[in-house]
Design a binder for this molecule. Structure first.
Ligand SMILES: Cc1ncc(C[n+]2csc(CCOP(=O)(O)OP(=O)(O)O)c2C)c(N)n1
Ligand code: SF4
Length: 286
C-alpha cells in the first residue's frame, strides 16, 4: 500500500440533482481507484458536455473538460501524447452516441488504450430533457409529445463490430459491481467501453431506479463466456424485459500505441524540448 490518496476534491460537492444516478458512478469510481491504489496524478479524466461531463470537477485527477461529442478525440490525443497516463472519458449518451458516435467507432477500430464510461440516462439531462439516441421508441418527451419515432441506437453491438476489445454494461444502482467493472475496464489494455445505466430522476420518468432494478440481471451469475464473440454479440443486443450487466466481451489485441512505431518507442511527453526552436516551427504562419 503506498500513500493515502484523496480521490474527491476537498470542500466541494457535486451539483447534480438529489437522487441522480451520477452519484453512484462517482462513488464507484472513487472506490475503484482506492481498490487499485491508483495515484490521482497518474489519471486523466476527459469529459464531455452534459451533467455527466461535470464529473471531472469532483475528481482529484488531471482533467480536460472538452466539447460535446468530442471527448473521445481529445482523450486519444492525451493518450498518444503521454502513454503513462490512465485516460478515462466520462460523457453522456447524447454526447457519445449522438454527436460523438463517429469518434466512438473509429477509436474502437484503432484500439487506443483508453476507457469510455458512458453515463447512459437515455435523455439529454443538461439541456433539460430532450430525447437522446438511446431514448426508447414511443417514449413521450416535451419535445416529442407523440412519442419518439426513431428506433434507439444500440451502442454495444456497434462498438463490438467496430473492434472494441472490452465491452461491458453496469448499473449505477449496483455500486460495488459497477466499481469492479470500472477496474476491469481501466486495467484492460486497449479500447474499453462501459455503458452505465444512470437514472435521471428529473427528466426521465420512464427508465427510473425501479425500472432498472426490475430489468437488469448479472452476467456473472450465468454461464456467459466473455471471450466468445458470437455469444457476446447476442448479449450486447439484449435490451428488453431482461438487460444484462457485466462484462459482455473481452479480448487481447495490440493497442494503437504499440503498433505505431514512433509512439511505441516514446510518447511526446518524454521527448526533450530544450533544443526545439519554436520560431522555426512557426515560420510562415505569421
Ligand atoms: C457541439 C455542441 N452541441 C450541442 C451542445 C448542447 N448540449 C450541451 S449538453 C447537451 C446534451 C447533454 O446530454 P448528454 O450528453 O446525454 O449528457 P447528460 O446531460 O444527460 O449527462 C447538448 C445537446 C453543445 N454544448 N455543444
Ligand atoms: S438533470 Fe438528470 S442527469 Fe442531470 S443532474 Fe439532474 S438528475 Fe442528474
Amino acid at each position: 500500500m503506498g500513500d493515502v490518496h484523496r480521490y474527491d476534491v476537498p470542500d466541494t460537492w457535486p451539483t447534480w440533482c438529489p437522487g441522480c444516478g451520477n452519484f453512484g458512478i462517482w462513488h464507484a469510481e472513487k472506490a475503484a481507484f482506492a481498490h487499485m491504489d491508483q495515484a490521482p496524478d497518474t489519471t486523466a479524466i476527459v469529459a464531455g458536455i452534459g451533467c455527466s461531463g461535470n464529473f471531472c470537477y469532483w475528481m482529484n485527477t488531471y482533467m480536460l473538460h472538452s466539447l460535446h461529442g468530442r471527448s473521445i478525440p481529445a482523450a486519444q490525443g492525451v493518450k498518444l501524447a503521454n502513454d503513462d497516463l490512465t485516460v478515462i472519458v466520462h460523457a453522456g449518451d447524447g454526447d457519445t452516441y449522438g454527436e460523438g458516435l463517429g469518434h466512438l467507432l473509429h477509436a474502437a477500430r484503432r484500439n487506443v488504450d483508453i476507457s469510455v464510461f458512458v453515463h447512459d440516462n437515455q435523455v439529454y439531462g443538461l439541456t433539460t430533457g430532450q430525447p437522446s439516441p438511446t431514448s426508447m421508441q414511443g417514449t413521450r418527451w416535451k419535445v416529442a409529445p407523440e412519442g419518439v419515432i426513431a428506433s434507439p441506437v444500440t451502442p454495444l453491438p456497434l462498438v463490438l463490430v467496430a473492434g472494441a476489445t472490452f465491452v461491458a454494461r453496469g448499473f449505477s444502482g449496483q455500486n460495488e459491481h459497477l466499481s469492479t467493472l470500472m477496474e476491469k475496464a481501466i486495467q484492460h489494455k486497449g479500447f474499453s467501453v462501459l455503458d452505465i445505466a444512470q437514472p435521471c430522476v428529473t427528466f426521465n420518468h420512464v427508465n427510473t431506479w425501479k425500472w432498472w432494478n426490475e430489468h437488469v440481471y448479472r452476467l456473472d451469475e450465468t454461464n456467459h463466456d466473455p471471450s466468445d464473440y458470437r455469444s457476446a454479440f447476442e448479449k450486447a443486443q439484449e435490451f428488453g424485459d431482461k438487460i444484462p450487466i457485466g462484462v459482455i466481451y473481452e479480448t487481447d489485441k495490440p493497442t494503437f500505441n504499440e503498433k505505431y512505431r514512433a509512439l511505441n518507442a516514446q510518447t511526446l511527453a518524454h521527448v526533450p524540448i530544450d533544443n526545439v526552436d519554436i520560431r522555426s516551427l512557426m515560420k510562415g504562419h505569421f
